[in-house]
Write a protein that binds this ligand. Sequence first.
Ligand SMILES: NC(=O)c1ccc[n+]([C@@H]2O[C@H](COP(=O)([O-])OP(=O)(O)OC[C@H]3O[C@@H](n4cnc5c(N)ncnc54)[C@H](OP(=O)(O)O)[C@@H]3O)[C@@H](O)[C@H]2O)c1
Length: 330
Amino acid sequence: MLKTQDSAFWRGQTVIVTGGAGFLGSHVVDLLRRAGCPDIVVPRSRDTDLRDGAAIEALLGKTRPAMIIHLAAVCGGIGANRAEPGRFFYENAIMGIQLMESARRHGVRKFVQVGTVCSYPKNPPHIPFVEEDLWSGYPEETNAPYGLAKKLLLVQAQAYRDQYGFNAIYLLPSNLYGPQDNFDLETSHVIPALIRRFVEAKEAGAPSVTLWGSGTPSRDFFYVEDAAEGILLAAEKYNGRDPVNLGTGQEMRISDLAALTARLVGYSGDIAWDTHRPDGQPRRRISAAKAAREFGFVAKTPLEAGIRRTIDWYRDQVPSATINVDAKSH
Ligand SMILES: NC(=O)c1ccc[n+]([C@@H]2O[C@H](COP(=O)([O-])OP(=O)(O)OC[C@H]3O[C@@H](n4cnc5c(N)ncnc54)[C@H](OP(=O)(O)O)[C@@H]3O)[C@@H](O)[C@H]2O)c1
């Protein structure tokens, strides 16, 4: 059960949640509703294309929000990042740059920019990753265009705070997973890809599943409902200039994750690794200390429980007859 947010804080606020119909956004909107926020605006890309400055101006002029939680992005797993690095750079940068500029001109009182752990250097000097090391090197190559585009928005947030007194905060979630995730094998992140591969292999009676990479990298897997709670706690309580990580502070190797997911799905075949495929960043474990200190956020969903819920959700969505047993690896 998620902690109830501060209803008094949210009452009377108009809040725009860009990307509010997406994976993370749907959980943020759900929690905002439960917190009693009376007026939540979720602009959809088909109506309000955030790459278009005039569309943003029209949205803000019409809705006059007190707060914007900016989650809209183009994102995905290693395959998606490698397929469209130019689009991932341009669209993530231009949406955020224009939106933040319009927000400050319209007098928006708080802007919550959601960044990404992909902005960290490939090999930062400390594990777990601490926010002070964000600029200590270039990101892992496959996700650098995405990670750097989003990191530009940290510079913008800090510059606007310094020059205009604009209250923009910046959060860095680690790798999310959970219900409502994207299970399209072309674009998905690792946990939905593993769940789908093992569910399909089990249904097909496949003797083995081959996965991308060596299995040695680690990630800090963060349950999406916990992430939504962390974002809203920060929106309520944090008004600082410095970026803040959001995650569990723990890491798991992809090979161990694959074994765990196979067990939870009930797949008992072999797991093989295609080491010609890229691994992505070697290690990812974030320090969760600052979020706990600054706004009292601590992730609470154990990985096994979160994966179980995600598997249950996926099975509810996908009748077994529609599962594509020929789907390729993540
Ligand atoms: N997933 C992760 O593991 C992860 C980890 C760290 C940080 N994040 C960050 O969390 C945020 C949400 O990620 P997510 O995984 O929930 O993504 P998602 O499910 O792909 O949702 C992204 C949303 O962005 C909206 N969008 C994209 N382009 C748009 C445009 N041109 N105009 C208006 N809206 C547009 C889409 O709206 P429509 O549905 O209306 O098209 C979509 O619902 C992103 O900022 C991402 O960088 C994600």
